[in-house]
Design a protein around this ligand. Structure first.
Ligand code: PR8
Length: 467
């Protein structure tokens, strides 16, 4: 799988019924029922986190050209990626309408109308919508798509710069909680100047290391300063009676989160889903013979009901096919726990549990402790997936002291930490010489020399092959 991760990833999406890329538009795929469920459960986690202090809203998909064009730096960043609606039926439209590549230019003109005084602040809103980007780099399902079907975008406005910086920290904590729930480890860094969000003051990013060593940016948080406030005239009357521009932030995650769940936890047999997002957490597989068939199925039904009453998502695979085939299918689909029940188990009043994350078979008594035992197994399985993923990340971040060593380590599947003076030209030089991307800076340092310029180092930074 590691040797050929891209192929594995492509195949598993089709085999496990996640998406179907045969839809006849490049970069746009269909969510199939199993994938849709994973997507739904993942979205529910982030929604729950946002609902604590954000309001959910829904803006139109189309953005007038005049609004999109208003913020010069922003539009420059997106101009090659925008899809345009230019006709309504047979009529040419007077004003071209953009399919939102992201919604700053749709939302902020409305913020300008809604925000009047300091009492209206802070304003914190989010929406989960589809956005469109005419990506010119190689498209890949979930990873780089042209219709981002699951774009969670949060947009906040504050009275002071300090509050906006605090909001960035709040988003970082929120994303940590989100990714922790999915068992996804991450590297957080501040993007270099040349890679920050168009129009922002600074960008904080979450990257994950995929099994082939390439990193995937799975979430970004941007401090927009007052740039958009000035463009869209978003002002408020402060306590002192003065009219001031707001400070803004925005933060986004996308379908890529699902890609990372699939890629990071999967193995040669298929998916290994964290219980929190798995469509079913327990799949019961009856072992049926002619004799005793009814009793076994009846007991499976009872188990299902008991577990569902305990809040779990459970299914019985009663298809008329060999049990071996069912086991393989559910290994492929990554159900966290399989429960096997045959006539002999029924006699002994037990069921055999198998966790997807390990080979061992465990006998579970069919008594009042059943639900608790299963919940405990799910919990262990969730922790073990997280621990394995974290161990992988820890093994794959290495420190290098010269550019040759950087190349050696990146080529063998690592992300590399190095000392950097922080100068932009030196950063570009490092990227040009190595052919990799500087992800961003992590900590400030007071000792050591820059890997490329030999000047005093200011930061530790990360460099990697990226998606
Ligand atoms: C913003 N505005 O837009 P961002 N396919 C899949 N995922 C993608 C793609 C793509 N083509 N492009 C980006 N992403 C801000 C924040 C509102 C919200 C994912 O930020 O352009 C990446 O994981 O950085 C990225 O981190 C996230 O969307 C947000 O996009």
């Amino acid at each position: 799988m590691v040797e050929n991760f891209d192929e594995w990833f492509h195949d598993i999406l089709e085999q496990a019924d996640i998406t179907d890329s045969r839809y006849p538009i490049k970069g746009m795929a269909v969510w199939r029922p199993y994938g849709f469920q994973i997507r739904k459960h993942s979205m529910n986690i982030i929604k729950k986190l946002l609902d604590k202090d954000h309001d959910e809203v829904l803006f139109p998909l189309l953005v007038p050209e005049t609004e999109l064009a208003k913020e010069g730096i922003h539009v420059k960043g997106f101009e090659d990626e925008v899809y345009w609606v230019t006709k309504g039926g047979k009529n040419d439209l007077n004003e071209h309408l953009a399919l939102r590549p992201t919604s700053e230019t749709a939302i902020y003109p409305m913020y300008s109308l809604w925000i009047r005084t300091h009492i209206d602040l802070p304003i914190k809103m989010y929406q989960i919508v589809n956005t469109f980007r005419y990506e010119t780099k190689h498209t890949r399902p979930l990873i780089r798509v042209r219709e981002i079907t699951t774009f969670k975008e949060a947009h906040t406005a504050h009275a002071t710069k300090e509050e906006s910086d605090e909001q960035i920290q709040d988003f970082i904590e929120m994303y940590k909680e989100f990714f922790d729930d999915l068992g996804i480890p991450y590297l957080i860094s501040k993007r270099p100047e040349w890679d920050k969000f168009p129009g922002s003051d600074y960008t904080m990013a979450f990257d994950v290391i995929m099994p082939n060593g390439k990193t995937l940016q799975i979430g970004t948080i941007h401090n927009l300063g007052q740039t958009f406030a000035k463009t869209f005239d978003i002002t408020f009357e402060d306590k002192d009676g003065e009219h001031k521009y707001v400070y803004q932030t925005c933060a986004g995650v996308s379908d890529r989160v699902i890609a990372s769940v699939i890629g990071i936890h999967g193995d040669d047999k298929g998916l290994r889903l964290p219980p929190k997002v798995s469509p079913k957490q327990v799949t019961i597989i009856p072992i049926l013979f002619k004799k005793g068939k009814e009793e076994v199925l009846a007991k499976c039904g009872e188990i299902k009901e008991t577990l569902e009453n305990a809040g779990l998502r459970v299914s019985i695979d009663d298809r008329d096919i060999r049990p071996g085939k069912k086991f393989n299918d559910w290994e492929l689909k990554g159900t966290p726990i399989k429960l096997e029940l045959g006539p002999r188990d029924l006699q002994n009043n037990i069921t055999i549990a198998m966790r997807r994350d390990e080979e061992e078979k465990i006998e579970i008594p069919l008594d009042e402790s059943l639900a608790n035992n299963i919940i405990e197994l799910l919990d262990e399985s969730s922790k073990s997936l997280s621990a394995q993923a974290l161990a992988f990340q820890e093994e794959h971040v290495k420190f290098a002291t010269d550019l040759d060593e950087v190349a050696e380590l990146v080529e063998s599947g690592n992300v590399v930490k190095f000392l950097w003076c922080g100068d932009e030209e030196v950063g570009h030089e490092i990227e040009e010489k190595t052919g990799y991307d500087v992800l961003g800076i992590q900590e400030e340092v007071s000792e050591g020399k820059c890997i490329a310029s030999g000047k005093d180092a200011k930061y530790t930074a990360l460099i990697a092959k990226t998606y």
